[in-house]
Design a protein around this ligand. Structure first.
Ligand code: TXA
Ligand code: MG
Length: 337
């Protein structure tokens, strides 16, 4: 379609002329990928229907999976959302800018495709100076899903975006690796009790500390409120097997079994004594920070070795670990306890 321009930009002090170029593309109805604190987003003017449709085409995204709208100020939120409750205001005060997305009642001016004709809109203010400067300069809310081809692991570097979307978008702002590494928490604020539709870095406990009662969507019916959670996600090309918990021996045995069948990619934290030319391992620490920051990049790297199977060792579900385990389960085609 077009040439994709890659601009290396300073994250602490984004160069004004680069922000201006990117904002001009957004205002003209084009697509720009940019870093947020979670993952890279693929942005278009949320008030321009044609521009928003281009996002779905570039990603190959299912037409019933709505996008998150990014704003740079509380005032800008009022251009896309209405009836913002007191609890929603409290969450905004506490967590914005940051990795918390609120589902709110939608304003009429928003391009209908942004939220796939739902009466609601998902919105957040990202905590990345490049993202904030771009939205502010474009002077319009920016719709942006993760900047990967649909079904691929979310991108945490500009190189990942280029891998998936080269020639399909106008520009990538390369602000280095994102520091959280997994997508924002999505919470529906339109019901009587707020409901978490997608776990993320902001935990249920942290939200409950601010607004009291919070539910976690578990049933199919509830999850339908966040259509994106229905799709198999974040998947590399190889078959992915998740071992939620294992002793070093169990992990080693499972690994050796799989090695009988061919190449194995391994993402783990428990030290393992296996040397095998067919084993490609990425060892992380067992912290949620480390897993969140590195899982998507590790899945892409391991996948490049073209293994038969990628074996992933899980981590504790406590705190931010819940969001990490959610993503690992979505990537897996087989789960062992
Ligand atoms: O951290 C993030 O959230 C990243 C960065 C770029 O901001 N974005 C992201 O977007 O992960 P995406 O498109 O990959 O995921 C959007 C999620 C999907 O699960 C979608 O179903 C949900 O938000 N969503 C969007 N609009 C919604 C709505 N009106 N009601 C319920 N869920 C909605
Ligand atoms: Mg995504």
């Amino acid at each position: 379609m077009s040439i994709t321009h890659l601009l290396k930009i300073n994250v602490a002090h984004p160069q004004e002329e680069m922000i201006e170029q990117a904002a001009t593309i957004i205002r003209g109805g084009g697509l720009v990928a940019f870093p947020t604190e979670t993952v890279y987003g693929l942005g278009a003017d949320a008030l321009n229907e044609t521009a928003v449709q281009k996002i779905f085409q570039a990603k190959g995204r299912p037409a019933d999976n709505p996008l998150i709208v990014h704003v740079s100020s509380r005032e800008m939120l009022s251009r896309v959302a209405t009836d913002v409750s007191e609890k929603a205001e409290q969450l905004i005060k506490k967590f914005w800018p940051g990795p918390l997305t609120l589902v709110l009642k939608k304003c009429a001016e928003v391009a209908p495709t942004v939220s796939c004709n739902l009466p609601t809109i998902a919105a957040r203010m990202p905590a990345n100076p490049i993202a904030l400067a771009l939205i502010k300069k474009a002077d319009t809310p920016i719709a942006a899903p993760s900047a990967n081809r649909s079904g691929r692991p979310s991108p945490t570097t500009a190189a990942h975006v280029l891998e998936d979307l080269d020639g399909r978008i106008e520009m990538i702002l390369d602000g280095g690796a994102t520091h959280i590494g997994i997508e924002s928490t999505v919470i529906d604020m339109t019901g009587s009790v707020p409901m978490i539709l997608r776990p993320g870095w902001i935990t249920r406990e942290a939200i409950a500390d601010v607004i009291g009662d919070v539910e976690q969507a578990v049933s199919e019916d509830e999850l339908k409120r966040s259509p994106g959670t229905r799709y198999r996600h974040y998947s590399p090309r190889a078959r992915v097997v998740l071992i939620e918990q294992a002793t070093a021996d169990e992990l080693k045995n499972r690994c050796e079994e799989l090695l009988q069948q061919g190449r194995v990619g391994l993402l783990h934290h428990t030290p393992l004594a296996i040397t095998d030319a067919n084993l490609f391992a990425v060892q992380l620490t067992d912290s949620a920070e480390d897993y969140a920051r590195r899982i998507y990049a590790a899945l892409r790297d391991l996948d490049e070795r073209q293994p038969q199977v990628i074996l992933i060792e899980g981590i504790s579900e406590a705190g931010e670990g819940a969001a990490v385990m959610d993503r690992l389960r979505r990537a897996a085609s087989e789960i062992m306890n």
